[in-house]
Design a binder for this molecule. Sequence first.
Ligand code: URA
Length: 255
Amino acid sequence: MESASDFYLDRALLEWQIELGVTEAIADVPIDRYALPEAGPAKRKSVAPAAVAQAEPTPQLDPVQVAKSAAQAADSLDALKQSLGAFDLCELKKGARKLVFADGVPGARVMIIGEAPGRDEDRQGRPFVGPAGQLLDRMLAAIELDRSKNVYITNVLPWRPPQDRDPHSQEIAMMFPFLERHVALAKPEFIICMGNISCLSVLGKKGITRMRGKWEQAFGLPVLPMFHPAYLLRTPSAKREAWADLLDLRAKLIS
Ligand code: URA
């Protein structure tokens, strides 16, 4: 008979697959069930009672602590990218095609922090390359910024969440040490937080409609919250405020 813990494990695995968008339960190759041995009670290895008594409990890893140590050990952006690629404690990694680390010019005066990769970013491994990214490029061009020349871009999360759902607070907390190190290594002068998730991670609060356009401080740097370009695509009337924020950034850059 199946034990209760097998049941809960199986159920959790099934729910995870459903969250990833799995709709059919078929394997790569068909299974000939007539050729399989008769199903019987699973034989468990007998474990000597002394071994059971001495077995050490598996230490639970604290993902935030592991992330902190891994991020701190990275002494360059390349090393940080490698360290992120080796970090296995965030479940999002399992459902993503690619790690989306950053794009643009490291060391640029402006660093943009978005939310998480979407479908296009997940395929290409670069942030902001889908429709929202194309709008972002046009917004930046309006104030003479260009990711191939003078802007650096990353996200709060380097992996696409299943079905583009909002990131969970544990995921944001777990990836924050990497973001913090990313900023320290990229050394921008100004940070732009695109949307609520970015504000939540960087500033610890959300409410973008109230916060946008008001400079804050984080990582010892000036931070400007702005509407996310995906929101601007859905709400063109908000472009007026976004334009005002861009002009404010431009004024800071030339002052
Ligand atoms: N939205 C984001 O926040 N980041 C991306 O990279 C793409 C869309």
